[in-house]
Design a protein around this ligand. Structure first.
Ligand code: NI
Length: 169
Protein backbone atom coordinates (compact mmCIF):
# COMPACT_ATOMS: atom_id res chain seq x y z
CA UNK A 1 0.00 0.00 0.00
CA UNK A 2 1.10 3.54 -0.59
CA UNK A 3 0.14 7.10 0.18
CA UNK A 4 -0.70 8.86 -3.06
CA UNK A 5 0.03 12.45 -3.95
CA UNK A 6 -3.05 14.68 -4.15
CA UNK A 7 -3.49 16.81 -7.27
CA UNK A 8 -4.50 20.32 -6.21
CA UNK A 9 -6.16 23.34 -7.78
CA UNK A 10 -5.32 25.08 -10.13
CA UNK A 11 -4.03 21.92 -11.84
CA UNK A 12 -6.15 21.58 -14.99
CA UNK A 13 -6.07 17.79 -14.65
CA UNK A 14 -8.90 18.16 -12.12
CA UNK A 15 -11.23 19.82 -14.62
CA UNK A 16 -11.60 16.99 -17.10
CA UNK A 17 -14.40 14.42 -17.15
CA UNK A 18 -13.19 10.94 -16.24
CA UNK A 19 -13.35 7.70 -18.23
CA UNK A 20 -15.52 4.78 -17.08
CA UNK A 21 -13.74 1.87 -15.40
CA UNK A 22 -14.15 -1.03 -17.82
CA UNK A 23 -12.29 -3.72 -15.97
CA UNK A 24 -12.13 -3.93 -12.19
CA UNK A 25 -8.77 -5.70 -12.28
CA UNK A 26 -5.92 -6.04 -9.82
CA UNK A 27 -4.60 -2.61 -10.75
CA UNK A 28 -7.93 -1.03 -9.84
CA UNK A 29 -8.06 -3.01 -6.57
CA UNK A 30 -4.57 -1.73 -5.68
CA UNK A 31 -5.64 1.80 -6.57
CA UNK A 32 -8.66 1.46 -4.25
CA UNK A 33 -6.42 0.30 -1.36
CA UNK A 34 -4.01 3.17 -1.91
CA UNK A 35 -6.80 5.72 -2.23
CA UNK A 36 -8.37 4.47 1.01
CA UNK A 37 -5.04 4.68 2.83
CA UNK A 38 -4.47 8.19 1.48
CA UNK A 39 -7.98 9.32 2.44
CA UNK A 40 -7.65 8.02 6.03
CA UNK A 41 -4.19 9.53 6.41
CA UNK A 42 -5.13 13.04 5.25
CA UNK A 43 -7.83 12.67 6.77
CA UNK A 44 -10.68 13.10 4.32
CA UNK A 45 -14.18 11.66 4.06
CA UNK A 46 -14.09 11.09 0.32
CA UNK A 47 -11.54 10.83 -2.46
CA UNK A 48 -11.96 10.53 -6.21
CA UNK A 49 -9.37 8.80 -8.40
CA UNK A 50 -8.80 11.96 -10.43
CA UNK A 51 -7.51 13.62 -7.25
CA UNK A 52 -4.61 11.17 -7.23
CA UNK A 53 -3.89 11.59 -10.93
CA UNK A 54 -6.00 8.72 -12.30
CA UNK A 55 -8.58 9.76 -14.87
CA UNK A 56 -11.13 7.06 -13.99
CA UNK A 57 -14.69 7.11 -12.70
CA UNK A 58 -14.00 5.76 -9.24
CA UNK A 59 -14.33 7.14 -5.73
CA UNK A 60 -14.01 6.03 -2.13
CA UNK A 61 -15.72 7.50 0.92
CA UNK A 62 -16.27 6.85 4.60
CA UNK A 63 -18.80 8.95 6.47
CA UNK A 64 -18.61 7.04 9.75
CA UNK A 65 -18.12 9.21 12.83
CA UNK A 66 -14.66 9.43 14.45
CA UNK A 67 -15.65 7.17 17.34
CA UNK A 68 -17.22 4.59 15.02
CA UNK A 69 -15.58 1.69 13.23
CA UNK A 70 -14.25 2.55 9.78
CA UNK A 71 -16.63 1.77 6.96
CA UNK A 72 -15.02 2.10 3.55
CA UNK A 73 -17.31 2.43 0.55
CA UNK A 74 -16.19 2.14 -3.05
CA UNK A 75 -18.29 3.53 -5.88
CA UNK A 76 -17.38 2.84 -9.49
CA UNK A 77 -18.94 4.51 -12.56
CA UNK A 78 -21.59 6.28 -10.45
CA UNK A 79 -24.46 8.24 -11.95
CA UNK A 80 -26.93 10.49 -10.20
CA UNK A 81 -30.30 9.18 -11.39
CA UNK A 82 -32.47 11.73 -9.65
CA UNK A 83 -32.20 14.52 -7.13
CA UNK A 84 -34.61 16.60 -5.15
CA UNK A 85 -34.79 19.46 -2.72
CA UNK A 86 -31.98 21.76 -1.80
CA UNK A 87 -29.73 22.18 1.23
CA UNK A 88 -26.81 24.40 2.11
CA UNK A 89 -23.66 22.38 2.63
CA UNK A 90 -21.89 24.52 5.22
CA UNK A 91 -18.15 24.98 5.11
CA UNK A 92 -17.51 22.42 2.40
CA UNK A 93 -13.86 21.62 1.78
CA UNK A 94 -11.74 19.44 -0.49
CA UNK A 95 -8.28 17.86 -0.29
CA UNK A 96 -7.63 19.30 -3.77
CA UNK A 97 -8.56 22.82 -2.64
CA UNK A 98 -6.34 23.28 0.42
CA UNK A 99 -7.00 25.85 3.12
CA UNK A 100 -10.39 26.95 1.86
CA UNK A 101 -13.97 26.28 2.85
CA UNK A 102 -17.25 27.66 1.55
CA UNK A 103 -20.97 27.05 1.72
CA UNK A 104 -22.31 25.21 -1.33
CA UNK A 105 -25.89 24.74 -2.42
CA UNK A 106 -26.56 21.02 -2.94
CA UNK A 107 -29.52 18.75 -3.57
CA UNK A 108 -31.06 17.50 -0.34
CA UNK A 109 -31.60 13.94 -1.57
CA UNK A 110 -30.20 11.95 -4.48
CA UNK A 111 -30.47 8.51 -5.98
CA UNK A 112 -27.14 7.14 -7.21
CA UNK A 113 -26.41 4.03 -9.23
CA UNK A 114 -23.04 2.43 -9.85
CA UNK A 115 -21.12 -0.71 -8.98
CA UNK A 116 -18.93 -1.68 -6.06
CA UNK A 117 -15.40 -3.14 -6.26
CA UNK A 118 -16.85 -6.62 -6.85
CA UNK A 119 -18.93 -5.32 -9.77
CA UNK A 120 -22.08 -5.69 -7.72
CA UNK A 121 -24.70 -3.11 -8.78
CA UNK A 122 -25.33 -0.43 -6.17
CA UNK A 123 -28.37 1.76 -5.76
CA UNK A 124 -27.89 4.34 -3.03
CA UNK A 125 -30.65 6.58 -1.73
CA UNK A 126 -28.80 9.32 0.08
CA UNK A 127 -29.91 12.39 1.95
CA UNK A 128 -28.30 15.05 4.09
CA UNK A 129 -24.58 14.68 4.74
CA UNK A 130 -24.14 11.51 2.67
CA UNK A 131 -25.95 13.14 -0.26
CA UNK A 132 -23.56 16.12 -0.03
CA UNK A 133 -20.47 13.90 0.09
CA UNK A 134 -21.61 11.87 -2.92
CA UNK A 135 -22.48 14.99 -4.94
CA UNK A 136 -19.05 16.46 -4.14
CA UNK A 137 -17.20 13.28 -5.17
CA UNK A 138 -19.31 12.62 -8.28
CA UNK A 139 -18.66 16.24 -9.29
CA UNK A 140 -14.93 15.39 -9.25
CA UNK A 141 -15.61 12.60 -11.76
CA UNK A 142 -17.17 15.22 -14.04
CA UNK A 143 -14.28 17.64 -13.67
CA UNK A 144 -16.13 19.93 -11.24
CA UNK A 145 -14.73 21.30 -7.98
CA UNK A 146 -16.87 22.74 -5.19
CA UNK A 147 -15.38 26.17 -5.92
CA UNK A 148 -17.03 25.95 -9.35
CA UNK A 149 -20.34 26.01 -7.48
CA UNK A 150 -19.77 29.14 -5.38
CA UNK A 151 -20.07 32.79 -6.36
CA UNK A 152 -17.42 34.16 -8.71
CA UNK A 153 -16.62 36.74 -6.03
CA UNK A 154 -15.71 34.07 -3.47
CA UNK A 155 -13.93 31.96 -6.07
CA UNK A 156 -11.92 35.03 -7.08
CA UNK A 157 -10.80 35.50 -3.47
CA UNK A 158 -9.49 31.95 -3.36
CA UNK A 159 -7.78 32.26 -6.77
CA UNK A 160 -5.93 35.39 -5.67
CA UNK A 161 -4.82 33.69 -2.45
CA UNK A 162 -3.48 30.71 -4.44
CA UNK A 163 -1.66 32.95 -6.91
CA UNK A 164 -0.06 34.84 -4.04
CA UNK A 165 1.11 31.57 -2.48
CA UNK A 166 2.47 30.32 -5.83
CA UNK A 167 4.48 33.52 -6.22
CA UNK A 168 5.96 33.05 -2.73
CA UNK A 169 7.39 29.63 -3.65
NI1 NI B 1 -13.02 17.04 -3.16
Amino acid sequence: MAILEIVTYPDKFLSQPTQPVENIDGKIQDLIENMAETMYMEPGIGLAAIQVGINKSLLVYDVSAKDEKRSLHVLINPRIISSEGSILSEGEGCLSVPDFRADVKRSAAILVEGVDRNEKPLRIEAEGFLAVVLQHEIDHLNGILFIDRISSLKRGMYKRKIQKNLRKK
